[in-house]
Design a protein around this ligand. Structure first.
Ligand code: NAD
Length: 260
């Protein structure tokens, strides 16, 4: 379905982003993966995508908290692939703390990576998409783009901001064959969720089991974690011709969480 297309997926050395990058490659797209982690493991993943799906796969270690690094990543991908047709702004981090104790540097980092990075990547890729009259911008937001939870002030702020950016870009790009949508997962079992368990145990004075069952899955009526494959499936669908009229949408994939 995506033969001849090229994608950048930020934050794709792990979790949701990796599943999306692999799903695009499976559909025939060239992919640039991005993110942090063990260099050998990342190279194995990159080479594995090329070998398994017979596409070009590149890796950029660009830090999504730095606008200049994001611009350089886009230029590198455009040179290598000829064009960027699909941009998935997915890199994200979490930090859990009462607002009055929230470390200022963590706030700045979360706003930069979870929100401003998407602005920088969009402003670098949109001109090419508009010129070619085809493009797909997908922002990984969160159920926290629609509702809040205590102790996640920076994350909830950034994710609500991403929803606003998505709608604005959708309007600006609407007549150019370019769609912009936000995917809003509920809890997906990834390293991001695992890492926040100890912080939540401390912030709420709970055991690990209580955090999983009474905090995380409490919010989700299905009582099941969303899977990375389900999120990737939605990201693929949004690139299909059938999805060309879906734009400016803030799409929950959250087991019913935000229906309550
Ligand atoms: P993850 O921790 O598995 O992956 C995060 C990715 O972002 C990794 O590849 C990491 O290296 C990368 N990253 C972090 N900081 C970076 C930086 N400064 N520059 C470049 N890359 C950086 O987490 P995940 O759960 O797969 O999260 C992916 C996205 O999905 C995030 O935006 C997150 O907010 C969102 N999300 C996750 C869940 C969930 O339950 N896991 C729910 C809703 C939304």
């Amino acid at each position: 379905m995506l033969q001849g297309k090229s994608a950048i997926v930020t934050g794709s050395t792990s979790g949701i982003g990796l599943a999306i990058a692999r799903a695009y490659a499976k559909e025939g797209a060239n992919v640039m993966i991005n993110g942090f982690g063990d260099a050998d493991a990342i190279e194995r993943e990159r080479a594995g995508i090329e070998a398994e799906f017979k596409v070009k796969a590149l890796y950029s270690g660009a830090d999504m908290s730095r606008g200049s690094a994001i611009e350089a990543m886009v230029v590198e991908a455009e040179h290598a692939f000829g064009a960027i047709d699909i941009l998935v702004n997915n890199a994200g981090i979490q930090f859990v703390s009462p607002v009055e104790d929230f470390p200022v540097e963590k706030w700045d980092q979360i706003i930069a990576i979870n929100m401003s990075a998407a602005f920088h990547a969009i402003r670098a890729t949109l001109p090419g998409m508009k010129a070619r009259k085809w493009g797909r911008i997908i922002n990984t937001a969160s159920a926290h783009a629609l509702v809040a939870s205590p102790f996640k002030s920076a994350y909830v702020t950034a994710k609500h901001g991403i929803a606003g950016l998505t709608k604005t870009v959708a309007l600006e790009a609407a007549t150019f064959g370019v769609t912009a949508n936000a995917i809003c997962p509920g809890y997906v079992w990834t390293p991001l969720v695992e890492k926040q368990i100890p912080e939540t145990m401390q912030a709420r004075n709970l055991t690990r089991e209580q955090v999983i069952n009474d905090v995380l899955l409490h919010a989700q009526p299905t009582k099941q974690f969303v899977t990375v494959e389900e999120v990737a499936g939605l990201a693929v669908f949004l690139c299909s011709d059938a999805a060309r009229s879906i734009t400016g949408a803030i799409i929950p994939i959250d087991g019913g969480w935000t229906a309550e």
